[in-house]
Ligand binder design. Structure first.
Ligand code: GAR
Length: 207
């Protein structure tokens, strides 16, 4: 059984999707052993506690330098014996220390079809604002490995979702979460836990 540690910063609906998937047997070969939050008092922590999952808060605001913050999170991940680290709405970009400690063992869910609307500054509702501004007719979600390049690691799974004429950033976010994120994140986690993701020449392939 692989130890899955989930990093969160907010409401934690993606964490909930992982918890539900574990309960219903969709995640094979792994279990969520710990949730780490970059913020105190977020609802994701409540979800962990309601489900008997250990949680740790490492507040971003307590650290000035990102290197020190990354060290603290990396140490916690090592102490938790994480086999897989899942960024599920984690709003801090950690530096290369954590990537070196967990190479191709960290995945992130991003609320757009990478390489569109991604990179520094593209997070949460900003991503959907940018998609609506560009007038795209399809957006969606991507699960990818975390590397040193923000949102630039090998893509594992993607799912497209239609954009409606009447969409606001909020309605588009909700549709993308419901139709894409909450499905492909547990699926990618399960594939990883079954050792079914292969990296060849910097690209990820499902076996
Ligand atoms: C999700 O839409 C996730 O894809 C996004 O933030 C939201 C978190 O929601 N993540 C990013 O934008 C990271 N670049 P949640 O806390 O309810 O899972």
């Amino acid at each position: 059984m692989k130890n899955i540690v989930v990093l969160v910063s907010g409401g934690g609906t993606n964490l909930q999707a992982l918890i539900d998937a574990e309960k219903s047997g969709i995640i094979k070969g792994g279990r969520i052993t710990c949730v780490i939050s970059s913020k105190e008092g977020v609802y994701a922590l409540e979800r962990a506690s309601q489900n008997g999952i250990k949680s740790i808060v490492i507040p971003r605001k307590d650290y000035t330098a990102i290197a020190d913050y990354t060290r603290a999170v990396t140490d916690a991940l090592i102490a938790e014996k994480a086999d897989l680290v899942v960024y599920a709405g984690f709003m801090t970009i950690l530096d290369e220390q954590v990537v070196k400690a967990f190479p191709y063992k960290m995945m992130n869910v991003h609320p757009a079809l990478i390489p569109s609307f991604c990179g520094k500054g593209f997070y949460g509702l900003h991503v959907h604002e940018a998609a609506l501004e560009a007038g795209v007719k399809l957006s969606g979600a991507t699960v990818h490995f975390v590397t040193e390049e923000c949102d630039g690691g090998p893509i594992i799974l993607q799912k497209a979702v239609p954009v409606e004429n009447s969409d606001t950033p909020e309605t588009l976010q909700k549709r993308i979460m419901e139709q894409a994120e909450w499905k492909i994140l547990p699926e990618a986690v399960s594939l990883f836990c079954q050792d079914r993701i292969e990296i060849i020449d910097g690209k990820a392939y499902v076996k």
